[in-house]
Design a protein around this ligand. Structure first.
Ligand SMILES: [Zn+2]
Length: 219
């Protein structure tokens, strides 16, 4: 089995002195895991944050694949000196590794991820960019936030709450009897973390530490 696609190198851990196990989030084939030979020793070092073209080969469907990786550029390079922006990148990468099934394409999320990485060096509101990326992730995982009108009565004003069950907006008057269970608008890192937590618990996974740290650090 051979797969080819543009991708982003989102995680890597050493396998031995020369080689690494890599996770590459590809546009056409989704999340792929495989051996990256010479990743640690070769002159053109593989680095997390690189965008490029991936070829993935596996002899059997279940076997660990082997990558050929051609990096085009390192999207992490412009934010290397910015701890906050780097923490957003790391959290996004860890969430992809934790929450997406392997070898299922998420083209929309891939494009959003490239958009986020390209926006981070220039934005003055990295939190906002990142929350929008997580809203996209939630949509891909079955929690599409609908904030355009009240899910109870349909009105489009006074939308100050969001339902944890449906991920839809609720207006002030419809919300009144349920204030203790509803989430408050606007959507923040706290809100998206709660939805991510629900999805992780149904998957039997833990929210990555890098994501939890975002909430601890924000004050
Ligand atoms: Zn309403």
């Amino acid at each position: 089995m051979k797969l080819e696609s543009p991708g982003i190198l989102i995680a890597m851990r050493p396998f031995d002195e020369k080689n690494a196990i890599a996770h590459i989030f590809t546009r056409e084939c989704g999340l792929l895991t495989g051996m990256l030979r010479g990743a640690i020793t070769s002159k053109n070092k593989a680095l997390v944050g690189q965008i490029g073209s991936a070829t993935w080969n596996a002899r059997l469907d279940s076997a660990l694949g082997v990558f050929h990786w051609e990096s085009e550029r390192n999207l992490a390079a412009p934010i290397m000196m910015d701890a906050q922006k780097l923490s957003f990148m790391n959290s996004a990468f860890d969430l992809i590794c934790t929450m997406l099934p392997e070898r299922e394409p998420y083209i929309n999320l891939y494009d959003k991820t490239v958009e986020l990485l390209c926006a981070l060096p220039h934005t003055s509101n990295a939190t906002n960019e990142y929350v929008n990326w997580e809203i996209c992730l939630l949509g891909e995982l079955g929690y599409a936030l609908d904030l355009t009108h009240c899910s109870g009565c349909g009105k489009t004003t006074d939308l100050n709450y969001i339902s944890p069950k449906t991920a839809r907006a609720v207006c002030d008057s419809c919300a009144a009897p349920y204030l203790s269970v509803l989430y408050k608008m606007p959507v923040t890192l706290d809100t998206t973390l709660k939805f991510l937590g629900k999805i992780c618990s149904t998957q039997g996974a833990n929210i990555p530490n890098s994501r939890i740290l975002l909430n601890n650090k924000k004050n």
